[in-house]
Design a protein around this ligand. Sequence first.
Ligand code: PMP
Length: 425
Amino acid sequence: MSTPTSPATPAAPSADLPALREEYAALQARGLALDLTRGKPSAAQLDLAEPMLALPGLGVHRDPDGTDVRNYGGLAGLPGLRRIFAELLDVPAEQLLALGNASLTLMHDAMTYAHLWGVPGSQQPWGREDKITFVCPVPGYDRHFTVCEAFGVQMVTVPMTPDGPDAEAVADLVANDPSIKGMWVVPTYANPDGAVVSQAVARRLVSMPTAAPDFRIFWDNAYAVHHLTEHETTSADVLRLAAEAGNPDRPIMFASTSKISFAGAGVAFLAASPANIAWYTQHLSVQSIGPDKINQLRHLMFFRDAEGVRAHMRKHREILAPKFAAVDRVLTRRLGDRGVATWTRPQGGYFVSLDVVPGTASRVVELAAGAGIALTPAGATFPYGRDPQGSNIRLAPSMPPLAEVEEAMDAVATCVLLAAAEAAA
Ligand code: PMP
């Protein structure tokens, strides 16, 4: 769960303007160069998996099932690794594929296959439809929106709630519009607001009637095991719920080890109903003879089992949790009683979602850039980069060292206050 803090009622009095301008000038004079743009793991986090680079090791070629990982084959991935992540993602191992290095590629491939050939239940390929629409919960992950944009898929937004997307708003949209073929969901510790989809919301999304017979939920569980507290939230068991609801083919789950082992050099996963897995595998088999099993064996040997992954993620937590605590501490100290911002306190994942005085988000990002702090562009958390309120900014505190996170947040707070005061002037 993520908890917004104080209400965002506009108005830092413009009387503060001269003092804030001075404060900002002093900030600029410090010549900072800090980057809070993308949710990348820090070097200290990457170091946690360093021993993996020595695996499988000279002379080690076989996985526990006897497969020589140096050779072609095994399109579904190594069974041992599939078993580990099936347990972590709460899906049957035979319905989970262990594939290449990036889940975004799998999402893009699923969209491509759907456009070229349709999905199980389609009357024709999506690409032949006059119009395709996806429901996009906002704020959301910019790369999801970019995939839609690249395919000419229209985007319609629904608000996020602390329990995930506003399921009633989604149900209303999909009930009558057959052009709506799918939606994006980041079920656990959503990017950027940290929300976790409740079991009730998941059940509603997989059971709501849809005008399109081939509606798909792109269930991007990128942060399933990325807890920031001792409370290790479990994700809704969406495949089971969908099967129970009589819509087994609706969800397609994606995940990866990008923020578990190495970003861009991990293993990506896809889980879905048997029909969806057969569909995906059939198209994949045209494009690939098999995944990088050497990398998969490296992961299998390093983690050993699901508990190995959980233990590893606790080490990530030790590095990340103080940074998120620092964000909240500095924002609370600087902005807590000013009525100019609200922000989330995520229990996991990689982001804090900051809402500033409506209409000032771009100015905050511009002021921050002028003081040497790179923030994610305002609007990035909305389709087409357009935030109708002009208020949302995604903060990504994972990458800089703790001291720099504190410094950056202090500077961001000054920019938020100055932008609010300018707007009130
Ligand atoms: N989904 C979400 C929600 C993400 O935040 C990210 C990484 N920022 C990704 C997917 C990308 O994952 P991968 O590295 O597996 O492509």
